[in-house]
Design a binder for this molecule. Structure first.
Ligand SMILES: Nc1ncnc2c1ncn2[C@@H]1O[C@H](COP(=O)(O)OP(=O)(O)OP(=O)(O)O)[C@@H](O)[C@H]1O
Ligand SMILES: [Mg+2]
Length: 511
């Protein structure tokens, strides 16, 4: 085990080009990072950010271009080469081994002085030092599957630091974090730069980029649009660089006249995966032409609520009715057939089948209905035409309809799920974190579609941690805390007040 950290004065990418079948993901990209700097990488979904970082980390081989570390050209043939140079990466989707402990995960792949046995005591001790130095609290003996997402991320960061990473690549680290966890992460990132580490930070949230970075590089369609000094730029300018135009954040919504209740939840209780009560005796109603937003810090039962409504989790007590029909504990298929659509938070595992093509995913759930099928036969011509219309209308960036969904970028997968669900013209739409990990252009588009859907009469239950999103879309806001609705308020409620309710410090009479 080495004790001295490799020092990195600069890392430079020159003319990096990478072609995937049908997509030029990186087109002569030049980019550099200096010691002690946080360099943010911005760009729409599919712009090529993760690809560029995987090239730097030795996971992909570029078709052209070179990587220089401290001025010397280096061939990154594998992550081992990258780590040898002091480059570490925390991926968009974590790569931990769930049944192993934190210490075991960190030690995995490292050489041990005791031969095959891992020096877990040594690992634990060094982890405690790193934890103290950088504020990365996590129990070395805890099993990874039992950790919350934010803690798993800390394990990934610790794993890289343990290997003496001097440059750390963080691919959308905040997409999975609560606002409080983001604050904690930022404290850690500042401590890292204070000790000479360099960071590459990818995020779709402009306010985060403004808050944490020293410089920002914007990518669009695989090319660099420009690099700016954060202090000398604005959110508006960055948005324009990313999307090529101004972005709408305030929506005009006609008043919602409808009184007819579509979703009625009465005294609903449900348990989480650990068997604890996560939704407590919760009641709410959503009317036609209405967006009711559930605001709250994640982990307060929102996810269990959504899954219970969608028939994917058992209600312990209480009832769920949609348009007067009792759907409590019915099978998902029956709920779907009652014109309920669900955009799940866990889109990679619940929203799509990763190995299926774009086309196949576009017809999941609807595949047995006319006009796509007639008796037992699929009409492949119609399926292709349907999928190609969805891809076009919802601007899903994919090389072909036969591309497996796992090759699409996160935001494009979300747009595909959205297209499929909205296309069913649901009476009730449950949308959980619909724009998480989605770029601002696509977020704007998804917001526009949700409002259109509301105006056409759909009742929408929006579950979001993003307060800007909640305030922009909601007709009413229900704040959820520890499994309960602690208040239902109007969308003009001051943010501070919402914040207090979200933290459980304030309770309002519910209506
Ligand atoms: N392994 C792969 N095989 C084929 N195409 C790929 C692969 N990885 C990425 N692509 C394509 O390359 C392009 C760039 O993808 P990349 O994941 O780098 O985008 P991104 O900027 O990270 O997007 P996001 O913000 O959604 O994460 C996309 O069109 C994507 O579909
Ligand atoms: Mg990415």
């Amino acid at each position: 085990m080495s004790t001295s950290r490799p020092s990195i004065q600069s890392v430079e990418l020159r003319g990096i080009t990478k072609q995937f079948p049908g997509v030029l993901a990186n087109d002569h990209i030049s980019f550099d990072v200096r010691a002690g700097e946080i360099h943010a990488l911005l760009g729409e979904n599919g712009a090529g950010k993760s690809t560029l970082m995987k090239i730097l980390y030795g996971l992909y081989k570029p078709d052209a271009g070179e990587i220089l570390v401290n001025g010397a050209p280096i061939k990154m043939k594998s992550p081992t080469d990258a780590m040898r140079q002091g480059i570490g990466m925390v991926h968009q989707h974590f790569q931990l081994v769930p049944p192993f402990t934190v210490a075991e995960n960190v030690a995995l792949g490292l050489k041990s002085s005791r031969g095959a046995l891992l020096d877990l005591d040594v690992v634990s001790k060094r982890l405690r030092d790193l934890e103290e130095q950088y504020g990365l609290r996590v129990d070395p003996h805890a099993l990874v599957w039992q950790l919350a997402v934010g803690q798993q991320q800390r394990v990934e960061i610790l794993k890289a630091l343990y290997r003496d990473a001097a440059l750390l690549i963080l691919d959308e680290p905040t997409a999975v974090l609560t606002p409080q966890e983001v604050d904690e992460l930022f404290v850690t990132l500042r401590k890292l730069t204070d000790t000479g580490h360099s960071l590459i930070f990818i995020s779709h949230k402009l306010h985060e980029v403004m808050a944490i970075s020293d410089r920002v590089t914007v990518l669009r369609d695989g090319r660099v649009v420009g690099t700016a000094t954060t202090k000398a730029t604005t959110q508006k300018e960055l948005a324009r660089m990313m999307v090529g135009r101004d972005v709408v954040t305030v929506w005009d919504k006609p008043a919602s006249p409808s009184e007819s209740v579509v979703l009625r939840v009465e005294k609903l209780s449900a348990r989480n995966d650990k068997g604890l009560i996560a939704v407590k005796n919760l009641s709410l109603q959503v009317r036609a032409n209405e967006i009711l937003a559930i605001a709250g810090v994640s982990g307060n039962g929102q996810r269990e609520l959504a899954e219970t409504l969608a028939g994917m989790r058992r209600a312990q007590s209480g009832t769920v009715t949609v348009n007067g029909r009792d759907l409590t504990n019915r099978a998902p298929a029956e709920i779907i057939a009652s014109q309920v659509a669900f955009i799940p938070e866990e889109r990679m595992t619940m929203g799509v089948i990763r190995d299926f093509t774009v086309q196949e995913n576009a017809i999941l759930e609807t595949h047995a209905d006319a006009p796509l099928a007639c008796r037992t036969f699929f009409d492949f011509g119609k399926i292709a035409a349907h999928a190609s219309r969805l891809v076009r209308e919802y601007d899903v960036k994919t090389p072909t309809l036969d591309t497996p969904v796992k090759a699409l970028s996160g935001g494009n997968i979300q747009k595909l799920i959205m297209a499929r669900e909205l296309e069913r013209r649901p009476k009730l739409l449950i949308a959980a974190q619909p724009t998480r990990g989605v770029d601002i252009g696509a977020s704007e588009y998804i917001h526009k579609r949700l409002i259109e859907q509301r105006n056409q009469g759909t009742a929408i239950l929006l579950i979001s941690e993003d307060l800007d999103e909640v305030l922009a879309l909601a007709d009413r806001i229900a704040v959820m805390y520890e499994g309960e609705i602690v208040g239902i308020v109007a969308p003009n409620t001051p943010v501070d007040e919402l914040g207090l309710m979200m933290a459980g410090a304030k309770r309002m009479a519910t209506s």
